[in-house]
Write a protein that binds this ligand. Structure first.
Ligand code: MG
Length: 159
């Protein structure tokens, strides 16, 4: 049976932090703030995969009050999500995600993001879609105060 999950995440953009999206460090005047590396794209994908399993969200697996995850590379969250799928003898069918960022332009980095996410999840990068949009200068994303991501995951659970 194919199960689907949805994920959404947002982090504030602040000076003095690196901007890491999909495991790619992107040159920019600001970066995303958070307990981990604040990779909003990987967090949304992680929630989508966990959601397909009915397991809740990333915060239940990796609480942001736990010093172990301070400054953590978000890759490890995806590795754990994939491990949860494998533990149920399941298979990630596909991931589709959209980044919502007014700036900088992120699409030129999409191929490397896909490669990083595919490696962390242990799937072919052809199973991953990454799209990007601005927020047409509307709201907090439009004012470049934050970046959001949404994702869906399809997981085949053979049940
Ligand atoms: Mg997050």
């Amino acid at each position: 049976m194919i199960r689907v999950g949805i994920g959404y995440d947002v982090h504030p953009l602040v000076p003095g932090r690196p901007l890491i999206l999909g495991g790619v460090s992107i040159p920019h005047t600001k970066g995303l703030d958070g307990h981990s590396d604040a990779d909003v794209l990987m967090h949304a994908i992680c929630d989508a995969v966990l959601g397909a399993l009915g397991l809740g969200d990333i915060g239940q697996f990796f609480p942001n009050t736990d010093p172990r995850w301070k400054g953590a590379q978000s890759r490890i969250f995806l590795v754990e999500a994939a491990r949860q799928v494998a533990a149920r003898r399941g298979r990630i069918v596909n991931i589709d995600a959209t980044l919502i960022a007014q700036a900088p332009r992120v699409l030129p980095h999409a191929a490397q993001m896909k490669a990083n996410i595919a490696e962390a999840l242990g799937i072919d990068s052809g199973r991953i879609g990454i799209k990007a949009t601005t927020n047409e200068h509307l709201g907090f994303i439009g004012r470049e105060e934050g970046i959001a991501a949404m994702a869906v995951a399809g997981v085949d659970l053979n049940d």
